[in-house]
Design a protein around this ligand. Structure first.
Ligand code: FES
Length: 361
């Protein structure tokens, strides 16, 4: 372990795995937790107070669909009371005008609204929820009326990447200040559906051009964050900005994870806020220290000039593709695992007819 451990800056609180949508790109685990496993309002309030004392500044309330919890307003109020800048990540389903006003009054700072598609037929098919698109548009309208800062979170993949220009237009129409064009990361349900979601090289090239043209054109009107498709990159992303460096995730049952997919690494054991303080878990748990810093790295990453840029990439991806969480991320061109990833990519991105979605249920 390298010397100093800084406190976390951001927390992702997965309030529930319940969700009316069934998106095949969902990053939740394929084994979903039920309502009875979820932390209570009081426990979440305590976790937020601990997080703020530890140094966390930003809180993302996520799920599943956070609005599936009837105590969402109380939870947002507790986060505000703890002094955290609070962002709600939502599909919009389950949010009424009354609830949105209550959330604003409770001190909610920001909403990140997910977008499955720019037209009802496509969006409802991807989300596996009929009528979802119209309800989302209605929710976006109310958010605009209330004036809560809005980011649109467009999750892009083979089915909708060609709609990127229309997606950017929609963000402006809905009054979003920022759009995150997030090409699917293959974790959880998205990994199950990778073959169906994998874009083609032509789609990726067109998307990059669209983004390069739109960024200067929309400067001052819309901030565009583009998360390019991982498998088409030469170098891995600095996942979580480095394991155990700035972010902490809390699962619906209180399990504390270094990232949302960390539970897919079978040899790690994870602690729970019901048993131990967040501070002790952050600084001393085996799971957080497993891939923290640079000492754990294989020599390829240790000696690489990008060592402190991408931190060896994503541990969960190394696990998913190579079956070894401590290996260099197979996205890296220097990684011996790149050949495995290239073969997958070649097969999946050249399919004429991709497989049907396996919906999250
Ligand atoms: Fe777990 Fe990248 S998703 S380290």
């Amino acid at each position: 372990m390298s010397a100093r451990i800084d406190p976390p800056l951001a927390m992702l609180a997965e309030l529930t795995h319940r969700c009316p949508l069934a998106c095949p790109y969902c990053s939740n685990p394929t084994e979903l937790l039920g309502k009875s496993a979820e932390l209570s309002t009081e426990t979440w309030a305590d976790v937020f107070a601990q997080a703020a004392a530890l140094g966390v500044l930003q809180l993302h309330l996520s799920g599943g669909e956070p609005a599936s919890r009837s105590d969402l307003t109380e939870i947002a109020a507790a986060a505000h009371k703890a002094g955290l800048y609070t962002n709600l990540i939502t599909s919009g389903i389950g949010l009424t005008e009354k609830r949105l006003y209550a959330l604003e009054e409770a001190g909610l700072d920001h909403i990140q609204l997910s977008l499955q598609g720019v037209a009802a037929a496509m969006a409802d098919r991807i989300g596996g929820y009929k009528g979802g698109y119209d309800r989302k548009m209605h929710v976006a309208e109310i958010i605009g009326k209330i004036g809560i800062p809005l980011t649109l979170n467009a999750v892009m993949h083979r089915e909708n990447l060609d709609d990127l220009p229309a997606t950017l237009e929609m963000a402006q129409r809905l009054g979003a200040r920022r759009i995150e064009i997030a090409c699917v990361q293959f974790q959880g349900w998205a990994l199950t559906n990778r073959s169906a979601l994998q874009p083609t090289p032509e789609q990726v090239n067109r998307a990059k051009k669209t983004v390069a043209e739109a960024i200067p054109r929309l400067k001052g009107k819309l901030v565009i964050d583009f998360v390019p498709p991982d498998y088409f990159s030469d170098f891995p992303k600095a996942c979580m900005n480095g394991w155990g460096s700035t972010g902490v995730n809390v699962a619906p049952d209180g399990t504390v994870l270094p990232c949302h997919a960390a539970a897919t690494i079978p040899h790690l054991s994870f602690e729970n806020v019901r048993d131990r303080s967040l501070e002790m878990i952050w600084y001393h748990s085996e799971a957080f220290n497993a891939y923290r810093g640079t000492d754990w790295m294989p020599s390829l990453c240790q000696t690489c000039e990008r060592r402190d840029i991408d931190f060896g990439g994503c541990r969960c991806q190394a696990m998913a593709i190579l079956g070894e969480a401590g290996a260099p991320d197979p996205v890296c061109r220097k990684s011996p695992g790149r050949a495995v990833l290239d073969e997958l990519l070649e097969t999946e991105s050249s399919q004429i007819e991709p497989p049907q979605f396996v919906y999250r249920r």
